[in-house]
Design a protein around this ligand. Structure first.
Ligand code: NDP
Length: 283
């Protein structure tokens, strides 16, 4: 039976670290702050944002929400972003996605200062990840890496397979694994023989959005399996890995829920604190 990678436990320890970093910043006269922008009234987006605000309050990190109506002009949103970029009291900007269809997300995101882009959405931060420069990786792949590292299994020289190539999860996860010297394969919907690749993985990351796609017989015995998938099936949240069969083969496995998700939330806080620390050091 696989060892469980307990995301909730790791999140709790990250939370305490973040709370300590807030205190240290405040001792230096810096009040770290995350500004959240939400456009429209999609209930799921508002629920997501509210949970982020609670996370901030929990560690004493100031957070301010800016709500624009769904009918707002793109120029109005861009103006707001430019104001937050220029405001030295703001350390992180979280732009809640999706934006209304009337707006061009890429054009809007391009206005976020990379230094405050704590969600790692900008092309500048994708480029920083690609070239190994200082920046912010998106929160979910950073969470994936935190879970993998928590096992203590060395990454260097291992075969790592990432299933999924989105710009928010799969591709950045692959880049982060490469940075740690894994030999990385990225699989996607056109991969000819998915199982042949996954069976070769010492480290397997699932970021697909297809419930139970990865079955136990597709996993190398003893592998580290991290499941970033979040799927609703019959009112339950399940991952991209078929947990029951996978846990019999894997060496380590992250559950869904209780794996990648809780840690992702804390990474957003950690990134905001990193932004505040960097800005303070640069002064
Ligand atoms: P996308 O839909 O953007 O990307 C899915 C990827 O999976 C694509 O690259 C696609 O390939 C690939 N894919 C789809 N079907 C198959 C298949 N049958 N075999 C192999 N590859 C396949 O999703 P995201 O990356 O945004 O999200 C992935 C999962 O992670 C979702 O379940 C999402 O809910 C979850 N997620 C979790 C977060 C967290 O904090 N835990 C945060 C964000 C997302 P192709 O490129 O060829 O289309």
């Amino acid at each position: 039976m696989a060892n469980m990678i307990d995301g909730k436990l790791i999140a709790a320890s990250l939370r305490d670290e973040c709370a300590q970093r807030v205190l240290t910043l405040k001792e230096k006269g810096v009040s770290p702050r995350l500004d959240v922008i939400i456009v429209g009234d999609d209930p799921a987006s508002h629920q997501y944002v509210n949970s982020r605000l609670k996370d901030c309050a929990d560690i004493g990190l100031e957070s301010i929400t800016h709500t624009l109506p769904a009918v707002a002009e793109q120029a109005e949103l861009v103006d707001l972003i430019e104001q937050l970029n220029a405001d030295a009291a703001v350390h992180g900007i979280l732009l809640q996605m999706p934006l209304p269809k009337s707006m061009n997300s890429d054009e809007v995101i391009a206005h976020i200062s990379p230094k405050k882009d704590v969600d790692g959405l900008t092309v500048a931060n994708a480029g920083a990840l690609y070239t190994g420069r200082e920046g912010f990786a998106p929160c979910t792949p950073s969470s994936v890496m935190t879970l993998i590292k928590s096992t203590g299994v060395p990454i260097k020289g291992k075969n790592a397979v990432v299933v999924g190539r989105s710009i928010v999860v799969g591709k950045p996860a692959a880049m982060l694994l490469l940075k740690e010297h894994a030999t990385v394969t990225i699989c996607h919907s056109r991969t000819a023989d998915l199982a042949a690749h996954t069976r070769d993985a010492d480290i397997l990351v699932a970021a697909v959005g297809v419930p139970g796609l990865i079955k136990g017989d597709m996993i190398k015995p003893g592998a580290v399996v991290v499941d970033a998938g979040i799927n609703r099936v019959d009112g339950k949240t399940v991952g991209d890995v078929e947990f029951e069969s996978a846990e019999k083969v894997a060496g380590y496995i992250s559950p869904v829920p209780g794996g990648v998700g809780p840690v992702t939330r804390k990474i957003l806080l950690a990134n905001t604190l990193t932004a505040a620390e960097r800005m303070n050091e640069a002064e």
